[in-house]
Design a protein around this ligand. Structure first.
Ligand code: ARG
Length: 589
């Protein structure tokens, strides 16, 4: 694998050596380098170093400058302000760096793997059986998928877990109803679509609910079913399985629409931990982490109190012996730590469940299942709001069906693609395919481009807009580059490090180099929005390069090749970056 040293790292090394030459007691001090508007990079580490050494910062900076080796990498360095170093990188260094990235035939653009990758179990895309998926499930799926891709790109071993809601007392009612109306989920052997599966589940759910609310005897039978289910009664389990299977048909259809690969083997729902629940409780009780309180097994926390000032416990086992959401999550932790050997447990779950996870994680820490070497993190995401800034609902006040939203996004995007195709280059089939890629990309990008913790407005008009920070803008930028590369015909992109660069070329080149650093940060911080911001800026810098620097009509053949090369390396970076977000980049739009 050809990993490429980034320009900022080379500059940093040059400055570090100069610092230790100028101030030997500083050792290999960090020059604190960052990109700057004044120069290519600015280093302000001299201030703290001077303070520590009791020296004048400007004088120290001047001494460092006199020891910097200029030439291949650093073209110029000067002192500015109170003792900053302004660094200008050599044009040739930029082009050579990009050429090395371009030549990396693994398609990683020279991005190195993390130095100490570990094993992360990520819990995401966890809808509930027999229930419609809503926009919250969309967020978990979209953010989780991007984080999986980012982590895998850094070399992390990633185990996916879709902790679907497939267990609990509500199944008593459903199972009992289906047992009494055995043909309600029959489709006569015909294959059903996801939507059909969901609508029959929905019909069944409503009918069962009606009966449950109006018929006391049915209610009693339904409650008895819960006991049978938990006892593992075969007939009861077989009916339960029908609900799970039918729901999976629906889930998979939604994930497919989202252009997301979800594997059946990774779906380990709440029911998957049944066999561990009793043991989990025993371990917690024996170690004293949990105590009996009014018959229930509870864990208490000093700092978690209800509005009445009384402590709010985490209930691991109810007084009737039943296990709930917490027992399942605690058992899942044991499975993920001791069996899957994770060192990081990541949960992509709605912020409204943060208290639950705080209590679950703290309990696991007290039990010794989590510790300094094995950590658990909730990547908590905010609420999806409607255009009006209120939680997303239909006009009738119902939760919006995810599928309807996605279809609408696809419709709007298809209209945009059709409208942009002024020369009628695309056939109907292509328009439909691109419309889907643009529409789904728009939804994902909108979700990923705000930091996860924040609520965000689901605004389709904004999402499919061609201007501004949208996936459509990035996809068009990518397609435009490909159209130039096609127009170039026989002339191939080629790097020419001896050429002088235009400022717009330099800005673009330095930003392409920063891809590695951005991806590393986005992965380490579970922050896909850092990558979207980077890509948006990349497209913007490309646009200004394209406005200022003729490509096919550049002055010399070498310059044409070099600019084509800048175009292509930008395209590859856009493509790779978007792929890490789970978004397609068609070459023609
Ligand atoms: N099924 C839950 C919901 O729809 C999310 C599950 C989150 N994961 C977990 N391990 N608790 O809200």
């Amino acid at each position: 694998m050809a990993s490429v040293t980034s320009l900022s790292d080379s500059v940093q090394q040059h400055l570090s050596s100069a610092i230790s030459a100028a101030l030997p007691e500083a050792g290999s001090a960090d020059p604190l380098l960052r990109r700057s508007d004044r120069a290519d990079y600015q280093a302000n580490g001299m201030l703290a170093l001077a303070k520590k050494a009791g020296a004048n910062p400007r004088e120290l900076a001047a001494q460092v400058v006199s020891r910097v080796v200029t030439g291949d990498v650093i073209a110029d360095v000067e002192v500015s302000g109170p003792g900053f170093l302004n660094v200008t990188v050599a044009d040739g260094a930029i082009v050579r760096n990009l050429a090395a990235r371009y030549a990396d035939d693994t398609g990683r653009l020279g991005v190195p793997l993390a130095s100490e990758p570990g094993t992360t179990v990520i819990d995401y895309a966890q809808p509930n059986v027999a229930k419609e998926m809503h926009v919250g499930h969309l967020r978990s799926a979209v953010i989780g998928d991007a984080v999986v891709r980012l982590l895998e790109f850094t070399g992390e071993t990633v185990v996916r877990r879709h902790h679907i809601g497939d267990w609990g007392t509500q199944f008593g009612m459903l199972i009992q109803y289906l047992d009494e109306h055995p043909h309600e989920l029959d489709h006569g052997g015909a294959e059903v679509s996801g939507e059909e599966a969901m609508s029959s589940l929905d019909r069944l759910y409503k009918a069962a609910r009606r009966k449950f609310d109006s018929d006391e005897e049915f209610k009693t039978r339904a409650r008895r079913r819960v006991v049978d289910l938990q006892a593992g009664d075969e007939h009861t389990l077989a009916i339960w399985q029908k609900f799970v299977d039918e729901s999976k048909i629906y889930f998979f259809s939604v994930f497919e629409k989202l252009d997301m690969e979800i594997r059946d083997a990774d779906i380990v729902g709440e029911s998957g931990y049944n066999d561990m629940l009793a043991e989990t409780c025993r371990l917690l009780e024996e170690s004293g982490v949990a105590v009996r309180s009014e018959g229930a097994l509870c864990v208490f926390f000093d700092d978690i109190k209800g509005p009445d000032g009384k402590p709010v416990p985490l209930i691991v086992q109810k007084s009737d012996g039943g296990y709930g959401y917490a027992a399942t999550d605690l058992s899942a932790i044991r499975d993920r730590v001791f069996h899957l050997k994770a060192d990081t447990l990541l949960y992509v779950v709605d912020a409204r469940q943060s208290l639950h996870f705080r209590m679950v994680f703290e309990t696991a820490r007290r039990a010794g299942w989590l510790n300094d070497d094995v950590k658990a993190v909730q990547l908590a995401f905010g609420t999806v709001l409607g255009k009006d800034g209120k939680p997303f609902k239909t006009r009738e006040g119902e939760t919006v069906k995810l599928v309807d939203l996605l279809d609408e996004a696809i419709d709007r995007a298809t209209a945009v693609v059709r409208e942009k195709d002024t020369q009628d280059l695309l056939g109907e089939e292509e328009i439909a395919e691109r419309g889907t890629q643009v529409g789904i990309g728009a939804v994902k990008y909108a979700d990923l481009s705000t930091s996860a913790a924040r609520d965000y407005k689901f605004d389709l008009d904004q999402m499919v807009s061609l201007n501004g920070d949208t996936s459509v803008y990035l996809q068009y930028a990518y397609a435009r580059i490909h159209s130039i590369l096609r127009k170039a015909g026989e002339v191939r992109p080629a790097a020419h490090p001896d050429l002088q660069l235009h400022p717009a070329e330099r800005a673009l080149g330095l930003h392409v180099d920063a891809f590695a650093e951005t991806v590393g940060e986005a992965a380490a911080e579970y922050a896909p929005h850092k990558l979207t911001a980077y890509l948006y800026q990349l497209a913007s810098l490309y646009t200004s390069f394209y406005d200022k620097c003729p490509v096919l009509k550049a002055d010399t053949p070498a310059q044409v090749e070099n600019r084509l090369f800048l175009c292509d390396v930008t395209a590859k970076t856009l493509h790779r970056g978007m792929a890490l977000l789970g978004i397609r980049t068609p070459e023609r739009l």
